[in-house]
Design a protein around this ligand. Structure first.
Ligand SMILES: Cc1cc2nc3c(=O)[nH]c(=O)nc-3n(C[C@H](O)[C@H](O)[C@H](O)COP(=O)(O)OP(=O)(O)OC[C@H]3O[C@@H](n4cnc5c(N)ncnc54)[C@H](O)[C@@H]3O)c2cc1C
Ligand code: HEM
Length: 391
């Protein structure tokens, strides 16, 4: 899951936000990593297979009720069923396409994988991706209560029989979403349809997208957090994370608008051979994109009593830095704003710094106010950039 863990260092803190070079190569936080997939096993290849009309469940389109006993039997790679939120999928055809690898998927083989799935990537749109792998619903075990109508009074009496004739120590578990408060982090992502208002070229491959939120929406994405954008590509819903930036990046200056406004801005690099960004780029003004509620665990409390702040960004790793800068500059009096550009592939006219992130560059730039100053370093960019930077 693309969250942003912290690495505490000697006298300061280091926050990392990971942006993939490609989503296929990304190493996720928390030690989980994506596996290199075989040739012809990309998400696009999977979508193609699901649209090919092939029978992916082995049930010829029939949906069945699956009992727990039945589910348990399908626990091998070549015959693997997984239950997610009450629906059972045959994931054997998906094995080689799973970016987390076959072994990860097998952890849920023949069982209810909902919790495991949610822990890793609850934002992944499995329903759409596994539509053709649906085996059926879990059979609900019902104990049919005896119902007796009490004559004259017009009331009914429902007689429920205990399984065992003992006194209950607790009352069992409530049904999903019944009479319960669900912590925000455990709730599913909520998507709202936003309309594309403008698309501005920022560099040769990067664009600033402005989306208008539906009326009465109050979506405020906290500093350092991201949202998910969802689009239907070749008939399948695809979801990718993006970090909103602010309207201060528009080429024409606009009076800053208050938070809770109706627009949300994204700075997005278009990968011509990518899965999601070409679809986004082809949207016409007035078209719709779904935008999720925010996620991430960067906390603004990190700025308390801060004296030095260093932001290291490569490519679209710049996006979380926009809001950090907008917040930090007016709020942290000791900060002096300074920018250093290092280009990895400059044109011949460039006479500034060049190369990749290195200890030499960093020791030159990361100069603190004092030796004991409270310092925060935020780093975001492709995985090799982050790994080098941390080293
Ligand atoms: C928390 C977070 C926030 C993010 N915020 C932003 C943001 O604000 N702006 C932004 O632009 N991006 C952001 N990203 C990245 C974004 O989520 C997408 O990964 C990115 O837009 C690429 O999407 P895509 O589907 O178009 O490309 P992909 O299909 O992922 O492909 C990207 C590139 O990798 C290549 N590729 C694909 N598969 C392979 C393979 N198997 N082997 C070798 N190369 C391959 C493709 O050809 C393409 O060039 C963020 C990512 C995270 C995790
Ligand atoms: C229930 C058991 C599952 C486990 C333990 C699991 C585990 C993982 C892990 C470890 C990763 C790589 C780390 C990461 O990118 O965050 C991953 C990625 C992924 N998994 Fe799963 N997975 C499971 C089920 C599924 C299912 C059922 C789907 C359905 C389509 C799925 C789709 C994906 C996708 C699309 C990614 C890439 C996410 C990205 O782009 O960042 N996974 N999974």
């Amino acid at each position: 899951m693309p969250d942003s863990p912290d690495v505490t260092e000697a006298s300061g803190k280091l926050s990392q936000f990971r942006h993939p070079v490609s989503s296929q190569q990304r190493v996720s936080s928390g030690g989980r990593s994506k596996v290199p997939l075989k040739q012809g096993r990309s998400l696009m290849d999977w979508i193609r297979l699901t649209k090919s009309g092939k029978d992916l469940t082995g049930l010829k389109g029939r949906l069945i009720e699956v009992t727990e006993e039945e589910l348990k039997k399908h626990n091998k790679k070549e015959d693997c069923w997984i239950c997610i939120r009450g629906f059972v999928y045959n994931v054997t055809p998906y094995m080689e396409y799973h970016p987390g690898g076959e072994d990860e998927l097998m952890r849920a083989a023949g069982s209810d994988g909902t919790d495991l799935f949610d822990q890793v990537h609850r934002w992944v749109n499995y329903e759409s991706m596994l539509k053709e792998c649906l085996v059926g619903r879990m059979a609900v075990k019902l104990t049919i209560p005896k119902v007796r109508v009490i004559e004259n009074v017009g009331k009914i009496e429902i007689v429920l029989k205990k399984k065992e004739d003992i006194s209950w120590k607790f009352l069992g578990h409530l049904l999903e979403n019944h009479n319960s408060f669900i912590p925000k982090k455990d709730r599913g992502l909520y998507y709202r349809k936003c309309q594309l208002i403008s698309k501005e070229e920022v560099t040769h491959d990067t664009k600033l997208f402005c989306l208008m939120m539906p009326p009465s929406t109050h979506l405020q994405v906290p500093i350092g957090q991201h949202v998910y954008l969802k689009l239907t590509i070749s008939g399948t819903e695809i979801v990718k994370p993006y970090t909103p930036v602010s309207d201060s990046l528009l080429s024409e200056f606009k009076e800053p608008v208050l938070p809770n406004n109706k627009y949300i801005y994204f700075l997005i690099k278009i990968y011509p051979a990518g899965l999601f960004t070409p679809g986004l780029d082809h949207l016409q003004i007035g078209d719709f994109v779904s935008v999720s509620s925010p996620e991430g665990n960067f906390e603004i409390s990190k700025f308390q009593e801060l004296e030095d702040l260093f932001l290291l960004a490569a490519g679209t790793g710049f996006t979380p830095m926009v809001k950090i800068l907008n917040y930090a500059l007016p709020n942290i009096p000791s900060l002096r704003f300074d920018v250093e550009f290092v280009l990895s592939a400059p044109t011949s006219e460039w006479n500034g710094k060049q190369g990749h992130i290195s200890p030499a560059h960093l020791s030159e730039f990361l100069r603190r106010n004092s030796e004991k100053s409270k310092v925060l370093i935020c780093i975001c960019g492709p995985v090799p950039f982050i790994e080098q930077g941390i080293r």
